[in-house]
Design a protein around this ligand. Structure first.
Ligand SMILES: Cc1cc2nc3c(=O)[nH]c(=O)nc-3n(C[C@H](O)[C@H](O)[C@H](O)COP(=O)(O)O)c2cc1C
Length: 215
């Protein structure tokens, strides 16, 4: 299907029906998300895919986003709290295995990444990890639209509640952003069918070619 068509079709769904997303479509969304580019290839986040109404109700308590509770699945993007030597070693080990090269041949990569992340504060690395998770969120949104699954990206949630209920701190993670998926309840969703509002492309993108003057 045409990508622009997919993106025009999707919208941040406010109300979902009870229809469940199939395993196949969920797999498509997760596989696409896992193929997201990440800085240094570190993928400094993990996904928690929740299909549990009781837990979803607890997670959504106090949030204006009813979609946390009422959706087919809730995907939590949880980023690393810090980047450790172990994370970098894991990347080196996986790269060696997948590319069928020796770990020693990746010593340069290990040293470069390890010293780079050590030269920064834990806060800097954690913010960097959050940014990477947002890129994955973008892929998930596109992948969902591609298989005509509705989705709502959300920052309107209580991260402390999520971190506690999902035991994220013990895993060295924190909740960054969340995504509900399911099927739009067209009749009861005030946002369904409303016009998409975007800045005109000539305001969004400035073209700079050889003849352009720039300062
Ligand atoms: C990172 C992020 C956080 C968002 N948080 C919420 C939210 O908490 N609740 C909500 O209903 N929509 C949320 N949205 C949806 C935006 O409001 C929506 O994408 C925007 O208004 C553009 O509309 P469209 O996605 O329907 O084209 C969020 C979107 C993004 C990308």
């Amino acid at each position: 299907m045409d990508l622009i068509e997919d993106l025009n079709w999707r919208y941040a769904t406010k109300k979902f029906t009870d229809r469940k997303v199939s395993k196949e479509k969920l797999q498509h969304i997760l596989e696409a998300t896992n193929l997201t580019a990440s800085s240094c290839g570190l993928q400094p986040y993990r996904l928690f895919v929740i299909d549990n109404p009781t837990l979803q109700a607890k997670l959504g308590l106090g949030s204006f986003n009813g979609q946390i509770e009422y959706s087919s699945h809730l995907i939590v993007f949880a980023a690393y709290n810090q980047v450790t030597t172990e994370h970098i070693q894991d990347l080196v080990d996986l790269t060696a295995k997948e590319k069928e090269v020796t770990k020693e041949s990746l010593d340069g990569l290990f040293m470069t990444l390890d010293s780079y992340f050590k030269s920064r504060t834990a806060t800097q690395n954690s913010i960097w990890a959050d940014k990477q998770a947002y890129i994955a969120l973008g892929t998930a949104l596109i992948a969902a639209a591609n298989v005509r699954v509705d989705a709502t990206p959300m920052e309107g949630f209580d991260p402390h509640r999520f971190d506690a209920l999902l035991n994220l701190t013990d895993k060295g993670l924190h909740s960054t952003v969340i995504l509900s998926i399911g099927y739009r309840d067209e009749k009861n969703d005030y946002y369904a069918g409303t016009k998409k509002v975007r800045v005109p492309l000539d305001k969004m993108a400035t073209m700079i070619d050889q003849n352009s003057k720039f300062y």
